[in-house]
Design a protein around this ligand. Sequence first.
Ligand SMILES: *[C@@H]1O[C@H](CO)[C@@H](O)[C@H](O)[C@H]1NC(C)=O
Length: 271
Amino acid sequence: MKSSFVFFFLMSEIVTNIHPTPQAPLLYPYGLDQGDRKNPKLDDGTSKRLPLSVPFTFYGKEYRTLYVNNNGVISFDTQVKQYTPDPFPLADGRAFVAPYWGDVHNVLGGEIYYRQTTDPELLQLITHNINQYFPAIPFTATWAFVATWDHVAYYDSKSNKGNTFQAALTTSTDTSFVILNYKDIQWTTGVASGGDPKTGLGGTPAHAGFNSGDETNYYNIPGSRTEAVINITKTSNVNVPGRWVFQVDDFKVTGVPTETPNSAADKRCWL
Ligand SMILES: *[C@@H]1O[C@H](CO)[C@@H](O)[C@H](O)[C@H]1NC(C)=O
């Protein structure tokens, strides 16, 4: 008995060693043990204004502060409390990254974590990923900001559904990228946006993408503001299901058709 157990143990070690690189997890490490802070438990809540230790260039403009907004948006300079998403480009010129803009209610469930970091291990991983996806662009991350929505509920939920997604902002000081990771998406819409309390579906679904603040530079991830956004965990522009990565210091969208202001994704059907 004992010796066969040891044999089995040795065999599984050997099998493990034959596959030394298991699939990397989609989400970068997060949580209180990573030094994250948590957003307040508040409907339409936001973080405090967070000063950045390194300026972040977003479409030609340097930003020195940002907010993590409960409703699935990281915004520069001004908070976003709006819970029903508008299509991009926004008429009012707010600059922000929307991993999943919708009516999150972290009082009913889930947590929103964030940190800015120069942790060498994380920067090495992010550098490795960016170099893989954009081999023609020299890039070494010197700073990152990671915000994670962990199993967050929707407004007026009558279910246990939760969405888990993450946005990482990173820069080498002259080149910057945004990495969006979608681990688990179970709902699209809060009840105040026309969603069904029991399913979190219907109404005006969540919107993913970014708005530079001017009228021409923006991107709507396919499926945004349609029921198909539930499948964002299966789509990608870098061949990793659930991951979307963009160079954002200047306007560039790689691996997907670039949109013009007259062909925004919300006017198309992505089913
Ligand atoms: C999501 O994807 C599945 C197939 O992977 C498809 O059957 C389903 O219709 C999609 N849902 C929506 C709402 O587009």
